[in-house]
Design a protein around this ligand. Structure first.
Ligand SMILES: [Zn+2]
Length: 71
């Protein structure tokens, strides 16, 4: 394994760690509060939807695609 290989392996390890920390922290936020904007496309999520769907993180369009397994 050369220097570049080990650098790549290290970076992948750090990325995986950061991602798992990020997703581990996520459920707590979703229970507390709906997102103002969609996590997927950054569209504004209407206040009515934020109130109706507690902890929603996606706009209607993206949520629909997620429900259908397309995202
Ligand atoms: Zn969206």
């Amino acid at each position: 394994m050369d220097v570049l290989d080990s650098a790549c392996a290290l970076e992948a390890k750090q990325t995986a760690m950061a991602l798992s920390n990020h997703f581990a922290a996520q459920p707590k936020q979703t229970q507390l509060k709906s997102a103002d904007e969609c996590y997927e496309c950054s569209a504004d999520i209407p206040k009515a939807r934020q109130d109706a769907v507690k902890g929603c993180q996606f706009c209607i369009v993206c949520q629909d695609l997620i429900d259908k397994g397309k995202l």
